[in-house]
Design a protein around this ligand. Structure first.
Ligand code: 0O2
Length: 221
């Protein structure tokens, strides 16, 4: 219910009072979201092609690829929280993660191989890299984040769209999923102890990821 009220409040800021103009903004919003969906498909296909090719000569570097487009409420709420104007132009200019792809790899070195292969594609522009594996967050979060810009061709025009690609191991993903659930849950008993235990698990996972990679190297798989 709180989300519904807040969504309405934020939509009121986005939409002009004049109904004709409001309809036009809603139509343009649909077009913008269709462009993000298309950008997700473009980058997903690139990743799938890389995986298909490498799978012919080695174990697949990617175990799963998932994607999501941010929901309207989260888009508008993030603009407001970060103090940006609530307009369509502002979504494109200020938010990097409306389109998101998550790539799950079995081994640590696969993460960097997949990232390097994406970086080498000359139609992709790398806008930002955050390496939370080399520089984990204080809570223990580890993942490799890339913001890329991909050209998407429509009937009359070409648009460069931003997509956030998060690349992590199966174990890092397991950790991040539980931590995300805990972060958004209210009234957790012994919260400090849980946060500390999660941090310890993240460190154990990191050591295990290193050891698994080393075992694979020793076994020459
Ligand atoms: P959701 O629900 O996954 O979309 P920015 O997006 O750049 O303005 P930020 O936080 O600096 O903001 O970007 P960053 O650090 O690259 O993180 C973006 C996303 O990474 C988050 O999106 C999460 O998906 C994930 N992430 C970052 N830090 C953590 C963490 O500590 N724990 C977990 N579980 N995930 C994290 P959203 O929008 O927060 O969430």
């Amino acid at each position: 219910m709180m989300n519904e009220n807040k969504t309405r409040e934020l939509m009121d800021v986005l939409l002009p009072e004049n109904p004709e103009e409001a309809r036009k903004v809603l139509h343009d919003y649909d077009i913008l979201m269709m462009r993000y969906d298309s950008a997700i498909r473009e980058v997903r296909t690139k990743l799938q092609i890389l995986n298909d090719e490498l799978s012919l000569t080695q174990q697949s570097p990617i175990s799963t690829i998932s994607s999501r487009r941010k929901k309207t409420f989260s888009i508008l709420e993030k603009l407001e929280r970060q103090g940006f104007p609530i307009t369509l132009e502002s979504i494109e200019k200020n938010l990097h993660d409306v389109a998101g792809i998550r790539v799950i790899c079995s081994f640590l070195d696969d993460i960097y191989n997949v990232a390097d292969m994406l970086k080498r594609q000359d139609d992709l522009k790398v806008v930002q890299i955050k390496d939370y594996i080399k520089n984990p967050k204080a809570n223990g979060y580890r993942s490799y984040h890339m913001i890329v810009e991909v050209p998407v061709f429509f009937s009359n025009e070409k648009h460069a769209m931003r997509v956030e690609v998060q690349i992590r191991t199966v174990a890092m993903d397991f950790w991040a999923t539980l931590e995300h659930q805990i972060k958004y849950k209210q009234d957790i008993p012994n919260q400090d102890a849980i946060i500390e235990e999660l941090k310890q698990c993240a460190d154990t996972i990191s050591r295990t990821d290193e050891r698994m990679m080393s075992i694979r190297e020793k076994a020459r798989i």
